[in-house]
Design a protein around this ligand. Structure first.
Ligand SMILES: Cc1ncc(C[n+]2csc(CCOP(=O)(O)OP(=O)(O)O)c2C)c(N)n1
Ligand SMILES: [Mg+2]
Length: 325
């Protein structure tokens, strides 16, 4: 069924999978069943779904500690993904990276980093490799609004523009960097204005709660990169529904601001849109929801039944040549 569905309905499945997986992580953390550092992407599903629908499986992606939404959208298989978040030997990095360092080259998810802004120069490196190899790949790098205040953001945009790298910078502007509101820390009306004004990079700000708007902007940016015309920046305006990390109550967010943001929750909104546009019936979307729930439960079952990495594993995957250890 999933193979034959349209791109528009597929984006719903992606968003539902992200939200369901996030819900189970939070429920298990709340119940004390699992322990991990967790940064919820709830509310930001549409940006990941829209961008992923604009690229190919062979394209590269870089993301952050909040990257569960990007990992799922890029197609990292759920079983090893959840196992990695839970630190199990069956994870994408044998449980040695955790959610903040998920890497899965087979699905093009190359780097997850906890260093704010650190992914942008790495994405340039991947894009430079593609440019030199002529492999026709595009690299997408996801980051937050706060990252646009980091030096690496400016260095990366400048160099990508000078070298015309096939990279798409995707800013998930969720209006907060930890507890700092956008307007308190950022001297620009938008992140797109910085890219365009300072580095002459084509840049747009779109409704990040609408996967169709995100996909349209990403389609253009990806086409530009693929043609060799250089980088673009897509900024999606969205909101972080949970605290910065699991355990942060977000008390610094005014109640009316949170209430207004939740009114724009991308998932019920997109669901209603698909039904009113005739893409799918409520029953079809309910079926997707139940399939998603089964897949997520299966992944958690698999992960929780998996062993921890053996202590001896510490010696491996540290250097490129294991013989040197
Ligand atoms: C270089 C660096 N500085 C500071 C931190 C601490 N830190 C972690 S997340 C974060 C906020 C980043 O906000 P934003 O880029 O908007 O991303 P969001 O968390 O909203 O997704 C900060 C300051 C860090 N991890 N790395
Ligand atoms: Mg932010």
């Amino acid at each position: 069924l999933a193979e034959t569905e349209t791109v528009r309905v597929g984006m719903y499945r992606t968003m539902a999978t992200i939200a369901c997986c996030d819900e189970v992580f939070r429920a298990k953390l709340m119940g004390g069943e699992v322990t991990l550092s967790y940064y919820s992407p709830r509310g930001q599903e549409a940006i990941s779904a829209g961008v992923a629908a604009a690229i190919r499986p062979s394209d590269y992606m870089v993301t952050t500690y909040r990257g569960l939404h990007d990992h799922i959208a890029k197609g990292v298989p759920l079983r090893p993904l959840v196992a990695e978040f839970l630190g199990r030997a069956t994870g994408t990095c044998k449980g040695k990276g955790g959610g903040m360092h998920v890497t899965h080259p087979a699905s093009g998810l190359m780097v997850t980093t906890g260093i704010v802004g650190g992914g942008l120069p790495i994405a340039n490196g991947l894009a430079l490799a593609s440019q030199q190899l002529g492999d026709d790949r595009v690299t997408v790098v996801n980051f937050g609004d706060g990252a646009s205040n980091i030096g690496a953001f400016h260095e990366a945009l400048n160099l990508a523009a000078v070298w015309k790298l096939p990279v798409v910078f995707v800013c998930h502007n969720n209006r907060y960097a930890e507890s700092t509101a956008y307007s308190k820390g950022t001297a620009a009306t938008s992140v797109a204005a910085r890219a365009h004004g300072a580095y002459e990079i084509p840049a747009v700000t779109v409704d990040g709660n609408d996967p169709l708007a995100v996909k349209e902007a990403a389609d253009e940016a990806v086409a530009r990169a693929r043609l060799g015309s250089g980088p673009s920046l897509v900024e999606g305006l969205t909101f972080r529904f949970m605290g910065h990390f699991f355990g942060d109550a977000g008390s610094y967010i005014p109640k009316d601001e949170m209430h207004a943001a939740r009114e724009l929750d991308p998932i019920p909104r997109y669901r209603a849109r698909l039904v009113s546009d005739g893409d799918a019936s409520e029953a079809q979307l309910d079926l997707i929801d139940s399939q998603v729930r089964a897949a997520v439960d299966d992944a958690f079952g698999f992960a929780l039944d998996s062993p921890w990495p053996a202590p001896d594993e510490l010696r491996f995957d540290v250097y490129a040549q294991e013989a040197l250890i």
